[in-house]
Design a protein around this ligand. Structure first.
Ligand SMILES: Cc1ncc(COP(=O)(O)O)c(C=O)c1O
Length: 411
């Protein structure tokens, strides 16, 4: 097979910044040139799932030509096939101002790849204290032995006093993992830009649908596609989307690290992406309904949800985000982790398990001990995290009401 059309070109739709949010989701990443096989005069809707390690070339000359431009078509399986390219093109188009996207076998791998693209020995990283715990562990246990120091900063702090001459990257995550603090992303970006420091944002909670991170000036928009984009709790994947300034370096570092994803998972993620807007709308609205109900419950001390008007992050959330996803938490007034089985074990509609962002609701007791160093790990009580799915919110509320009755009956 000879050289085929450029992987990034030929999609229908011509997605532009002015196209509506859900139209973009439908039209993006549909690589016309690849959904019409050779000799086919009609196209199919979705990209085929192209499995490949070896690519066969017609001649040595064709192989040598491909070697000169390995990014311009099929070359070797690790560089992807049209299935992965379609997803990459879609994720890039969904972030106005972005130049390209790379895929990774998990969200954690994506965070690691973004950091490794920027930092070298002797550099310093600022990481938000409320980052996902494995991001913290990557800084402490992987970057530190390489001679890269990390300072953890409170999510709402002015980062200026913490900067050092060797600070190269600032990692943001907003809202923060487990405790949901909202950061002033534009303010941090402004400080970083003045000093030529790269900003990397874990944007998994909002996705670019609710917070287009690149548009807000962030250099690297990271997503665990495992969550909302996949949306069906059946795949692991991460992505990093970046600007023209960093795109070449991200590609090179990711290539050197050998990162790639399988075409079946890329296909599932692309399929999930088509309904991301609808799912976020529904899950976000249901989560807010459940959060409001919990706020009025006598067993609940606080609800950690930035879309609630009395949340400390509400003003920033309202200014910067266009909606809410379905993940939040609440703090119980009394009791400890050992008491939470009474609440959780007999729920009819909530699964007990890690991860979030799928179509099904999940519940998990969580603790901040050991994963906060710049802020207090004491939330004032046991935290319970909820990932709200596509069920009827009335069923979820009835379930939680019964669970909280069981919980309270212990005291
Ligand atoms: C905010 C956040 N970022 C990244 C990840 C990592 O994603 P993955 O599990 O795909 O490695 C998670 C997983 O829970 C997460 O919650």
């Amino acid at each position: 097979m000879g050289r085929l059309p450029d992987r990034a070109g030929g999609h229908r739709g011509g997605v532009s910044g002015t196209t509506g949010r859900d139209t973009r989701l439908v039209e993006t990443g549909r690589l016309d040139a690849w959904t019409r096989g050779p000799g086919m005069d009609a196209g199919i809707v979705n990209p085929p799932v192209w499995h490949a390690s070896t690519i066969l070339f017609d001649s040595l000359a064709a192989l040598d030509e491909a070697r000169r431009q390995p990014d311009q078509g099929l070359f070797y399986g690790r560089r992807g096939t049209p299935t992965q390219w379609a997803l990459e093109a879609a994720l890039t188009e969904l972030e106005p101002g972005a130049a390209g996207t790379k895929l990774y076998p998990s969200g954690v791998a994506a965070v690691a790849a973004a950091l490794l693209t920027v930092v070298r020995a002797g550099d310093h990283v600022l990481m938000v204290d409320t980052a996902y715990e494995p991001s913290r562990a990557f800084a402490d246990r992987f970057l530190k032995p390489l001679g890269i120091a990390t300072t953890f900063y409170p999510p709402t702090a002015d980062v200026t006093p913490l900067l050092r001459p060797e600070t190269r990257a600032i990692l943001l995550e907003s809202p923060g993992s487990l405790s949901f603090e909202v950061q002033d992303v534009p303010a941090i970006v402004a400080v970083a830009r003045q000093r030529n420091i790269a900003t990397i944002m874990d944007n998994t909670w909002a996705t670019p649908q609710l917070f287009p991170a690149i548009g807000h000036g962030v250099d690297f928009s990271v997503q665990a596609l495992t969550k909302y984009t996949g949306g069906h709790s059946d795949l692991m994947m991460g992505s990093v989307t970046t600007t023209a300034k960093w795109w070449g370096r991200l590609k090179t570092k990711s290539y050197l690290l050998g990162y790639c994803v399988g075409p079946d998972d890329a296909y599932l993620a692309l399929r999930g992406l088509r309904t991301l807007g609808l799912r976020l709308d529904r899950q976000g609205a249901s989560a807010l309904t459940v959060a409001e109900w919990l706020r009025g419950h006598p067993a609940v001390a606080r609800v950690l949800h930035p879309a609630l008007p009395d949340d400390p992050g509400h003003a920033l959330w309202q200014r910067d985000f266009t909606g809410t996803s379905g993940l939040f938490a609440f703090v119980l007034k009394r009791g400890a982790r050992r008491h939470t089985a009474a609440l959780i074990d007999d729920l009819a509609h909530f699964g007990i398990g890690f991860s979030w962002g799928g179509y099904e609701s999940l519940i998990l007791p969580v603790e901040l001990d050991g994963i906060r160093t710049a802020t207090s790990p004491d939330a004032g009580g046991q935290i319970i995290r909820l990932s709200i799915g596509l069920e009827d919110p009335a069923d979820l509320i009835a379930d939680l009401a019964a669970g909280l009755d069981r919980y309270e009956a212990q005291f």
